[in-house]
Ligand binder design. Structure first.
Ligand SMILES: Cc1cc2nc3c(=O)[nH]c(=O)nc-3n(C[C@H](O)[C@H](O)[C@H](O)COP(=O)(O)OP(=O)(O)OC[C@H]3O[C@@H](n4cnc5c(N)ncnc54)[C@H](O)[C@@H]3O)c2cc1C
Length: 476
């Protein structure tokens, strides 16, 4: 039996629950002294050249790049909550060059363009690195790469094939067999790994706060606690309405991720999926010594259900993933963020991976919503005769890809025809998901089938094989 079964069944027992006892229900990155002071809400009537809805990475990069392209443009960013309050301030901070939720997905969906997509992804990651340095954003940026791990024997062959694809595509990569991997990072669950060097780790909230500050220094106005309820045509552009005010804009970019889209046509293209994460207390020197991991790579499992994990600047371990949960009716509710059963399962898996850390406690537990789409990577489009564009669908891999999303959304909203806007990657769309009441049982069945495949030697049932044939599925 796969040992992760046992932890699912006995998740509520012993060590996992003890370790969770003091965990605060708060996203670790947002629970920080560096959090900026609140910004005003939009009240009354305002105008601007470019309105950006959403102050996560997509919205902030859009505003910053818009000011780079045209310093005189009057740009306003509006968020229903606060800057980086949603996925952007809650994620694993694993910043991957891939624009397509991994190399394999790009190779499968955009074979003819994938080599170029790899180059564009590398350029995008390098541009983020450069921005961090030039703007002096103190966000713990470390270009340590990502190590994908086969944590069950059945994953080794597929992982090896993926490594060979990366190497053939010129992505700097290193293969580690079981012994080499366990010498690098000490876990009894590791069978093999492959380290691709095109990734960094970052404190995502501090990166976003730094981007917001840079936007404001360039004249961008940011309104917080301002949920936009409607978007309509208006003379010379569009009008956005919010509870206490309205904004008339020449053009608008929608960067609303998993939240109810302002354009009806998008309602079936993304579903909000909850992803859960834990943060440990800082490890002592002896505990760090017991796990190795001195090169501080981002880590993730190679299975169908996977954990992602990384060290922080103050030597904690962020540990997230495995269950990706869709709640009936596309609902997003604060109460879904606290799932003791899922946190106990995650904690159980953590101690299976690092049994030598017995006694370590978690200080934070939280969740965030990702914008899953059926092709697992971002898509774009325009509305209102090209005066509005959007970038959505990152499906849990948007820390770096959002900058590229913003770049393309700006090209589209300004009606520019560029190399990027002509790519099939940008012009094509994912298939929509079905409406409720079909959607919930369909996703639940897919999720359970995936968990079964994961825990039974990777054997995918007919349903999953059918989805695979059409390049479809449900992922995080
Ligand atoms: C737990 C978790 C772990 C993750 N780990 C990783 C990782 O390690 N690596 C990785 O690459 N990706 C990861 N991701 C995904 C990544 O965080 C996202 O892809 C990325 O942050 C998306 O940024 P965004 O700006 O598009 O969305 P968001 O950060 O969600 O921002 C959207 C904003 O729009 C606002 N908004 C929505 N509707 C309205 C409206 N009507 N009016 C006003 N404002 C509105 C929201 O308040 C929100 O602030 C993770 C996500 C989660 C939740």
């Amino acid at each position: 039996m796969d040992p992760r079964h046992a932890s699912t069944e006995t998740a509520a027992s012993g060590q996992a629950l003890r370790a969770l006892r003091a965990a605060r229900p708060a996203p670790f990155w947002l629970d920080a002294a560096a959090a900026p002071a609140p910004r005003p809400a939009l009240t009354g009537a305002d105008t601007c050249d470019l309105a950006v809805v959403g102050a996560g990475f997509t919205g902030l990069w859009t505003a910053l790049l818009a000011k780079e392209q045209d310093p005189g443009a009057d740009v306003v960013v509006i968020d229903a909550g606060v800057v980086a309050g949603q996925a952007t301030g809650r994620n694993g901070g694993i910043c991957m060059a891939s624009l397509t939720h991994g190399y394999a997905q790009g190779a499968e969906l955009f074979a003819a363009e994938n080599a170029r997509l790899v180059e564009l992804g590398n350029e995008n990651l390098a541009a983020i690195d450069k921005t961090v340095r030039e703007l002096g954003i103190d966000c713990g940026w470390e270009a340590s790469g990502e190590l994908e791990i086969a944590s069950s024997p059945w994953q080794v062959d597929d992982l090896r094939e993926l490594y060979e694809q990366h190497a053939a595509a010129g992505i700097p990569s290193t293969w580690l067999d079981g012994g080499e991997l366990r010498a690098e990072i000490k876990s009894p669950t590791y069978h093999a790994g492959f380290w691709h060097h095109d990734a960094a780790i970052v404190d995502p909230a501090r990166l976003a706060w730094g981007l917001a500050r840079a936007c404001e220094e360039r004249g961008v106005r940011i309104y917080e606690r301002t949920p936009v309820s409607s978007l309509d045509r208006a003379a010379g552009g569009v009008e956005l309405r919010a509870p206490w005010g309205s904004l008339r804009a020449g053009r608008a970019v929608l960067a609303t991720n998993a939240f109810r889209p302002l354009l009806k046509r998008l309602r079936f293209h993304v579903v909000p999926v909850y992803d859960y994460a834990l943060m440990t207390e800082p490890l002592s020197a002896a505990q760090l010594d017991a796990i190795g991991w001195s090169r501080r790579q981002a880590l993730s499992d190679a299975g169908y259900l996977f954990h992602y994990y990384r060290l922080t600047e103050d030597q904690r371990i962020l540990w997230g993933g495995w269950d990706a949960v869709y709640y009936r009716g596309r609902r997003i509710l604060a109460e879904y963020e606290d799932r003791p059963d899922l946190f106990a399962k995650l904690a159980g898996h953590f101690f299976q991976t690092f049994p030598q850390l017995e006694g370590l406690s978690f200080t934070h537990r939280w969740a965030g919503v990702i914008d899953t789409c059926s092709r697992f990577c971002q898509f774009w489009g325009t509305a209102f005769d090209g005066r509005v564009s959007y970038a959505l669908g990152y499906t849990g891999a948007g820390v770096a890809a959002t900058r590229f999303g913003a770049r393309v959304a700006l090209d589209l909203v300004h009606g520019r025809s560029t190399e990027l806007t002509e790519m099939d990657f940008v012009r094509s769309r994912p298939l929509p998901f079905p409406p409720e009441p079909l959607l919930f049982p369909m996703i639940e069945f897919t999720r359970r089938s995936t968990e079964n495949a994961e825990l039974h030697g990777g054997r995918r049932n007919a349903w999953l094989r059918g989805l695979d044939r059409f390049g479809l599925g449900f992922d995080s």
